[in-house]
Design a binder for this molecule. Structure first.
Ligand SMILES: CC(C)(COP(=O)(O)OP(=O)(O)OC[C@H]1O[C@@H](n2cnc3c(N)ncnc32)[C@H](O)[C@@H]1OP(=O)(O)O)[C@@H](O)C(=O)NCCC(=O)NCCS
Length: 188
């Protein structure tokens, strides 16, 4: 599956992306915010993850839609994002995202996540998306709120980042389909 936005293409990662992705995630400014990403992050880790995504896509029903984010002009991968833990009976899934540091604060996070929310609500017909963010991650909390996420609670000392071993409070945002419909109109 491929998703297109004005500046981005979201498409499955392939082995050709492994080296670039490894270089981009091997940055504590990125991985300290992510739950299960090791530091240092090696080419082997990237290849393992890409193979894991390939295997997940073979599963029926698919419960994980992971994408590499590519700049359409330059055909350069700049990050990754996806909808995971999709449960069509429950109507729920989880949004996750990261960008390489040089590409922060240019609106790419909003753009990539908007296309994923359209996928979640319009194509997968989910009712609700969850976004889980470490409490001190200012950028991701801001993005979750910009997308219309409502803070539903904070799980205290609930998560340990693999990269740093640090314990975090986790903010849980919920976004309902009807809330997204209102927000997406404003973002256009
Ligand atoms: C989180 C992340 C994807 C945000 O992507 P981005 O492309 O920089 O976000 P955008 O440019 O679309 O900005 C979205 C909103 O967040 C705000 N924002 C972005 N970075 C911010 C920061 N460091 N502090 C405060 N607000 C910030 C923007 O101002 C914008 O809000 P506004 O339009 O109301 O001003 C990016 O910072 C990142 O990859 N971080 C490391 C990995 C990570 O934390 N992943 C999420 C784990 S839950």
């Amino acid at each position: 599956m491929k998703l297109e936005t004005p500046r981005l293409i979201l498409r499955p990662a392939t082995m050709k992306d492994a080296e670039r992705l490894a270089g981009q995630i091997n940055n504590l400014n990125v991985s300290r915010n992510l739950l299960v990403v090791p530091y240092p992050y090696t080419l082997k880790d990237a290849k393992w993850f890409i193979n894991h995504c390939i295997d997940k896509r073979k599963k029926k029903p698919i419960d994980d839609y992971e994408f590499a984010i590519e700049l359409s002009d330059e055909k350069k991968v700049i990050g990754g994002a996806g909808i995971s833990n999709v449960n069509k009976f429950q109507g729920i899934g989880e949004l996750g995202y990261w960008l390489a540091e040089p590409y922060w604060r240019k609106g790419y996070g909003t753009e990539a996540c908007s296309s994923l929310l359209d996928l979640a609500f319009h194509k997968l017909n989910l009712r609700k998306i969850k976004i889980t963010v470490f409490a001190e991650n200012a950028a991701s909390n801001a993005l979750a709120r910009k997308l219309g996420g409502k803070l539903e609670g904070t799980l205290r000392k609930h998560a340990r980042a693999k990269s740093t071993g640090k314990i975090h409070d986790e903010n849980i945002y919920g976004l309902l389909r009807e809330e997204w419909e209102k927000v997406r109109k404003k973002l256009r």
